[in-house]
Ligand binder design. Structure first.
Ligand SMILES: *Cc1c(COP(=O)(O)O)cnc(C)c1O
Length: 359
């Protein structure tokens, strides 16, 4: 049987998608070979790649003046690619710091340019929160403003999109496709696929065309957005299987009502889990309500000595990967698109039973 998987990444994939991939694994569409064994330049593969892009454009309503790139290296390689491509002549950028991922991004950018760090993490009544934008001092001359929409490890998410007249660059690794998004507000959106899209090995970059052509001359060709855009993300061999499988996930989302529909389910899941945690003295969540992530829900047990037992029993109940990130401890339930409402209900039932037996 398939367990409910709350892993932060690589994360759960829809069962229907895996079944389709399984069906097609040995003999893709009667061609006598696997999609993995095809040339990325073959007519069949190019059609798969193009359909994935078209479906993503439909799902996210991506305007025509944006390119969609299907790259490798994870979101972490984008921490380097973004400054190398976008710092431009004045070599300055603003980075909003809200947690571990935005910190990694800014540390990498500091190797290439003059990075102004805006500390935006704060505490409200003892809970972690993001300071209102009115308290940030953004620069007048930044080439772009970077932030991480959802801090996957902390479970801290922006309640809205920051306002700026500079190109806005955002890490959506753990929140892309979880809720409707106005892409036109951004210069660049990027996301590793292995949280809310598909398998590891693929990284999406959605970039406004006017930002394509300002890379530093010494940039590696594979990182150069204009080169990747010109070559349909095939400067070299792309991650063909991950691209194909992500395409199946996009089809699955479209068949199930698109981003609006999955957002409603995501809200129900988050309300169910946070609601239960808030009603319990046994569990707690450290994030202020307005900035709670709808995808990653960290929680602690009143008695940390019970953590090992909690994880062991959860696993016995087919509830997997609930340990928090190694840097913060505690628990974390990642409830991405592919985790169904029933999975969250099963988790809440288990948590309640565990609390009654151990409280
Ligand atoms: C997982 C994650 C990353 C790192 O992704 P890799 O693909 O492993 O490089 C970066 N940012 C956020 C917000 C993440 O959740």
């Amino acid at each position: 049987m398939r367990a409910y998987n709350f892993c932060a990444g690589p994360a759960a994939l829809p069962t229907a998608v895996l079944e389709k991939a399984q069906q097609e694994l040995l003999d893709w569409h009667g061609k006598g070979l696997s999609i993995m064994e095809m040339s990325h330049r073959s007519k069949d593969y190019v059609a798969v790649a193009e359909k994935a892009e078209a479906d993503l454009r439909k799902l996210m309503n991506i305007p025509e003046n944006y390119k969609v790139l299907f790259l490798q290296g994870g979101a972490s390689l984008q921490f380097s690619a973004i400054p190398l491509n976008l710092l431009g002549k004045n070599n300055k950028a603003d980075y909003i710091h809200t947690g571990i991922w935005s910190e990694k991004a800014l540390q990498e950018a500091q190797r290439y340019g003059d990075i102004h760090v805006v500390e935006a993490g704060t505490k409200i009544d003892g809970k972690l929160a993001i300071t209102p934008q009115s308290q940030w001092n953004l620069s007048d001359d930044a080439a772009y403003v970077h932030y991480a929409d959802n801090e996957t490890i902390g479970g801290l998410q922006f309640a809205g999109i920051p306002e700026t007249d500079k190109p806005l660059v955002s890490d959506f690794s753990s929140s892309i496709l979880s809720a409707p998004l106005d892409v036109s507000k951004f210069g660049l959106i990027y996301a590793g696929a292995q949280k809310n899209i598909g398998p590891a090995g693929l990284t999406l970059v959605i970039i406004r065309e006017d930002l394509l052509d300002q890379a530093k001359p010494e940039i590696p060709s594979l990182l150069k957005y204009s080169a990747q855009a010109k070559n349909d993300s095939m400067v070299n061999t792309p991650s063909t299987y991950a691209w194909y499988l992500s395409g199946l996930v996009f089809e699955w989302l479209l068949e199930n009502g698109g981003v609006d529909a999955i957002h409603q389910v995501n809200l129900q899941k988050a309300q169910l889990l946070y609601g239960y945690i808030d009603s319990s003295d046994f569990y707690a969540n450290p994030i202020a309500e307005a900035n709670r992530s709808i995808m990653n829900v960290p929680f602690t047990l009143a008695n940390p000595d019970l953590e090992k037992l909690f994880l062991k029993e959860a696993e016995e109940n087919h509830l997997l990967n609930l340990a928090g990130h190694r840097s913060v401890g505690g628990m974390r339930a990642s409830i991405y698109n592919a985790v169904p409402l029933e999975g969250v209900q099963a988790l809440v039932n288990f948590m309640d039973d565990f609390a009654k037996r151990n409280g």
